[in-house]
Design a protein around this ligand. Sequence first.
Ligand code: AMP
Length: 362
Amino acid sequence: MFIRKAAEIVAEESQEEIQNFEGFNLHAALKQNISGLDYTKPTPVQSQSIGPILEGRDVIGLASTGTGKTAAFLIPLIQKIFLNRNQKALIIVPTRELALQINEEFRALSRNMNLYSAFIIGGTSMYRQIQDLRRHPHLVIATPGRLKDLIERKNIYLEDYSHIVLDEVDLMVDIGFVNDVKFFVSLMPKIRQSLFFSATISPRIQDILRSFVTNPVTVSVKKQDTSENVDQDVIRVASSDKKIDQLHDLLIKDGFDKVLIFGRTKHGIEKLNRELEFRGFKVGAIHGNKRQSQRQRVLASFKQNQIQVLLATDVASRGLDIDNVTHVINYDLPQTYDDYIHRIGRTGRAGKTGFALTFVNN
Ligand code: AMP
């Protein structure tokens, strides 16, 4: 484990039927927005989901981040709401960062179509969100905690939402949101369109699924083994007080341009952040104790290459779409193999070889 050469990258032969966005009956403005994002051809999850969603079917999408699943549900939802503006969609996601990412993509895909979205996420002003909800947004993107608060305060009524998306459900269950999700499902209208996206389906998720979807179409995107494109190796820790020096030596090597480092605890991440900053590295950290605005700022500076190193905990980093990460470093070991795969999947994307280095004690 942790050591493996990346497979050589070969152009993927398309086995899916070749389709283009012209093949879907989409409004001209939407098509223009899609090409504005340089999406020339639907990804597999898009070519399989957009049609059924447009037809009103429930969909279970077994697809992880990086497959284009966000646009797979946003494109048909935008088309449907554009045609009937009385419809509303609610998207429930596990983390604030994912909510922000979905909102960005929604705004890009719905340009010039007069559609509005609102956020219901923790860590930002509730007052502002209540104001936004009063303006009757077409799309609401929510994380479970804040959504629950606003339901209890009667600022949002789930009965009003004819389209519901549960995204990255595997993570919601991981962090104990399963009861919240069941509560939300119990408040939703009986007649609705339900879309469900998750990388894996565990028995607990099955439980949610049964009450959520009706006669669904299942779309399974061949689990793109992201680790195929990742060169994996270990760094043996000489002694615990040398570990930081070993990291330092790596970070000054050529090619370590955009490095994502994982630590186990918020406290450990903070300590490492201070130490690397002291040594003159351009570094930032995201973890659960940071304010939302701070997390966003750090993430943006990493995406725009203003900082070289981003430190993160597993939960804070799940699902984030960051391009061109050159190296993932596991400064602390992941807790599970699944976490390991999620971590190293942040590099080696879009046909490039990435590198994953894991510190292990002798
Ligand atoms: P997602 O799996 O939704 O997180 O998307 C992963 C990345 O793929 C995002 O950066 C999207 O902007 C991008 N993407 C989505 N659909 C397409 C497409 N049809 N062509 C090219 N890139 C896409």
